[in-house]
Design a protein around this ligand. Sequence first.
Ligand SMILES: Cc1cc2nc3c(=O)[nH]c(=O)nc-3n(C[C@H](O)[C@H](O)[C@H](O)COP(=O)(O)OP(=O)(O)OC[C@H]3O[C@@H](n4cnc5c(N)ncnc54)[C@H](O)[C@@H]3O)c2cc1C
Length: 381
Amino acid sequence: MDFSLTEDQILLVDSLKGFARKELLPRYSHWDRTGSFPAELWPRMGEMGLFGLRVPEALGGTGLGYLDAGLAIEQVARGDFNLCYGILNACFAGDILSRFAAPDLCADWLTPLAAGEKVLCVCLTEPHCGSDAAAIRTRAVRDGGDYVITGEKSAITLLMAGDAGIVFAKTDPDKGARGVSAFLVPLDAPGLTRTPYEDMGARGIVRGSLFLDGVRVPEAHRIGPENAGFTQVMATFDYTRALIGLMCLGAAEQTLEETVTYVTGREAFGQPITRNQGVSFPLAEARSRLEMLRWLCYRTLWLRDAGLPHTAEAAMCKAEGPALCADVIRDCLVLHGHYGYTRDFPVEQRLRDVLGQIIADGTPQIMKMIIARHMLGRDKV
Ligand SMILES: Cc1cc2nc3c(=O)[nH]c(=O)nc-3n(C[C@H](O)[C@H](O)[C@H](O)COP(=O)(O)OP(=O)(O)OC[C@H]3O[C@@H](n4cnc5c(N)ncnc54)[C@H](O)[C@@H]3O)c2cc1C
């Protein structure tokens, strides 16, 4: 067992740590206050290779491994948790397109995606269903060499800034999960409208609902074989769930460091507050729990890099990680006293931001179902 990072990985972590601290952290709260999409950071992040982590080198990506992507997202989250949604979407799109889409579609979309020139969204959830994703009602009907897509997608990250969506639709409604196909849909296509959300956190990721009314896409925009969309998306979630664990970890680690600085300089009852176990023990517990989470996520990504099964491990990262990090950040907020409740410190925003990741990409309940199925067998759960 070797837990050490390679020289390249250490270099990646160090350079992104500096980037996050100097260029992202100072403006983290700006996007929250204004509720605006950080468009000016997108080309810069593209230049840093952050949107090309899962794009093949031949198409302008870095072609790095899954663990490398996890190391990168953890560091970016220390500066700006919400920018990690852009990385997640790019990893998702990079993986799914490069593995299953036609070469021309990959060339048209993956190169500008990696450069930070185009934003891609993942459009699966619908107003009546999220956890039960196989119950989607959006329909894609063949018409000559095209598909005509009609339906509604909700909760879509980056939608209001998006250039294209990977839209999941039923091509064979009688077959449940086996009747779903994925399509790349340019978001300026006729028949599309979008409406924005007013979220409690992660406001810069400009979520929204997408309405598709007879939207026509050529057959070449179908990603992979017809009716194979559900399997594709589930296999990709196995990987993004570990990334989400590390994204939340980065935000919690940064908050913990800031809290150590704060409590070290604070006195009460004539002595530094750190002399109380009521202050030092939550910090020690947070440090220990975050360390456990880190190694679970790293190992899950290592398993994926090694081509080994990791579905249950990824569900564990997602079931426990965001909730654990939200608990750590809430404890840190309390250790800041009333200042933690103000907007003068980033801790309140981090709490609001991290909470969204408990729900996105599958709730803890759904993750526990996946883990239990692996333990007990699908027929027993
Ligand atoms: C910040 C954020 C970003 C998101 N981004 C995207 C995106 O980019 N693209 C996209 O497609 N979607 C996105 N989503 C949607 C997200 O994937 C869904 O919200 C999630 O899958 C849950 O679905 P739901 O909201 O419909 O809840 P429901 O499925 O209606 O569930 C409601 C509650 O019931 C529980 N529940 C449901 N079934 C069971 C069961 N069998 N056993 C126990 N409990 C159960 C759930 O755990 C949950 O607590 C995003 C959500 C958030 C919050």
